[in-house]
Design a protein around this ligand. Structure first.
Ligand code: NAP
Ligand code: MG
Length: 493
């Protein structure tokens, strides 16, 4: 079993206290994936100090050169893709096909960020005065604190770290306690590609110790966080004391609408992938299915039949469709919501229990679960469960479907299946979410498109695409007066 370390100021080190924590395979809890340092504020202080010092050199490396390093990062990730995917499956349970996709998203993000090094556009605009030149440029900010969840152990850290580095910032990274091994490999890859000492630091440990210490540190200039809305609110509060720049990507309660004119087979493939892929543990997972009354009964029976055939198991074994929940706590949460749904009067038509059977008794497996007869006011229709539990709501019209879809505190992803182009465009206009798919499931974001949500899913920033480079850089307005005399804006006109 491997013993992992922090990487601080160019050295691999243990926690000063000598304390450690272990990470186990959720498909087989007898298997310890690794032992990790349980760090504290002391390690965060050292990492921030190193990042602060390294910033003064790194900010002066030309952005295209920083991009070249990220290009190499992408190349190394291509080489190590299979190995990392297998480690990730052992660490957090999702099936190999999906962990390969997770690494691929990191590769795409590396190559996209690399190209952005030659394209960190500013604007030049005419001055209102003679012999004066106006331009705006993008400058690095400083030390970036990066705190990430476990469900995309490679992709999400790369969405943050690669643009942060490309823009000239240095990084202190705290990965989720459920996926520290994948995160460590990412740091190894960055070092192999040539990222200098101190530019990237990783500190393992708990959210309330290491995470909070990063957010609260006066020398951390910006914080990028993805995780639950509850923790996001705490981070926002803490960071606001020093008016820090903070990007929050938080929870979701995403819905797929199926209208009566939809291609039902296509919509079925979409909801199976959206609701039960990654065992429902995606921020963009489909957790509500909004069905037109004319196709409701037929679609539910098609869905239940296919859901019952999904094969649960170890994500490393080829026939597996659905892996385990990430840990015991998450499985307990899933089951408690099934009990809540039953008490609320919803009808359980599939699953609803801990999964047992050959190969399942040492893992945190839960049956893919479907409730019908759900009404929008029920807790199972409102609260993020983050497991394989789908709530089906029946509607009579497009207006009602959109109202039900929007009736949530969250606004990350959304989807509608219809062949009616007018209905599709009305949905694009009226759905309140950061992402809308037409005739596709609620999951499937691409690295070069903006990613994020409205309402309590976030605080208005976007990762991915061109938008993330805005978050990780500061605008500076520059005026060059070559008239040789004092010219006064607004006065000498
Ligand atoms: P989480 O419990 O909020 O944890 C996220 C990260 O924050 C982890 O690294 C965690 O550390 C750390 N943390 C916990 N408490 C903290 C605190 N008080 N201060 C600072 N950091 C703290 O979320 P999760 O369970 O890992 O992930 C699931 C959630 O993430 C879901 O709500 C999901 O919707 C959301 N998510 C959102 C997106 C998006 O882009 N919108 C993407 C993926 C996931 P430990 O692991 O050590 O506790
Ligand atoms: Mg684990």
């Amino acid at each position: 079993m491997k013993k992992y370390q922090n990487y601080i100021n160019g050295k691999w080190v243990d926690a000063k206290s000598g304390k450690t924590f272990e990470n186990r395979n959720p498909a087989n809890w007898d298997e310890v994936v690794g032992i990790f340092p349980k760090s504290s504020k002391e390690e965060v202080d050292e990492a921030v100090k190193a990042a602060r010092t390294a910033f003064e050199k790194w900010r002066l490396v030309p952005a295209p050169k920083r991009g070249d390093i990220l290009k190499t990062v992408g190349d190394i990730m291509v080489r190590r893709k299979e190995e990392v995917a297998m480690l990730m499956t052992r660490e957090m349970g999702k099936v190999l096909m999906e962990t390969r996709g997770d690494v691929q998203e990191g590769i795409d993000t590396a190559y996209y960020a690399a190209s952005e090094g030659r394209r960190l556009f500013g604007h030049t605009v005419p001055s209102e005065l003679s012999n004066k030149f106006n331009m705006s440029i993008r400058v690095p900010i400083g030390v970036a604190g990066i705190v990430t969840p476990w469900n995309f152990p490679m992709a999400i850290p790369t969405w943050k770290i690669f643009p942060a580095l490309l823009c000239g910032n240095t990084v202190v990274f705290k990965p989720a306690s459920d996926t520290p091994a994948t995160a460590t490999v990412l740091v190894e890859i960055l070092l192999e590609a040539g990222v200098p000492e101190g530019v990237v630091n990783i500190v393992h440990g708990g959210g309330s110790e290491v995470g909070m210490a990063i957010v609260d540190h006066p020398d951390v200039d910006l914080v990028s966080f993805t995780g639950s809305t509850a923790v996001g609110k705490k981070i926002s509060e803490l960071a606001s004391k020093n008016l820090k720049r903070v990007s929050l990507e938080l929870g979701g309660k995403n819905a797929q609408i199926v209208m009566d004119d939809a291609d039902l087979n296509l919509a079925l493939e979409g909801v199976l992938w959206g609701a039960f892929g990654t065992t429902g543990q995606r921020c963009t997972a489909t957790s509500r299915l909004i069905l037109h009354e004319k196709i409701h009964d037929q679609f539910v029976s098609m869905l239940v039949e296919r859901t019952k055939k999904l094969r649960l198991g170890d994500g490393l074994l080829p026939p597996t469709d659905v892996g385990p929940c990430v840990n015991e706590g998450q499985r307990n949460t899933d089951h408690s919501y099934v009990e809540i749904g039953l008490k609320e009067g919803a009808k359980l038509v599939c699953g609803g229990n801990i999964a047992t059977g050959a190969g399942l008794d040492k893992g945190w497996f839960y049956q893919p679960t479907i409730f019908t007869g759900v009404t929008p006011n029920m807790r199972i229709a409102k609260e993020e469960i983050f497991g394989p539990v789908l709530s089906v709501i029946k509607i009579k019209s497009l207006d009602e479907a959109i109202n039900v879809l929007n009736d949530t505190i969250y606004g990350l992803s959304s989807s509608i299946y219809t062949k009616n182009i007018n209905d599709a465009f009305r949905a694009i206009r009226d759905i309140k979410a950061g992402i809308t798919y037409i005739n596709g499931p609620t999951i499937g974001a691409e690295a070069h498109m903006p990613f994020g949500g409205v309402k309590q899913t976030g605080n208005g920033h976007r990762e991915g695409g061109w938008t993330v480079f805005e978050f990780f850089s500061e605008w500076k307005a520059v005026y060059v007066d070559y008239s040789g005399k004092l010219q006064k804006a607004q006065i000498d006109t």
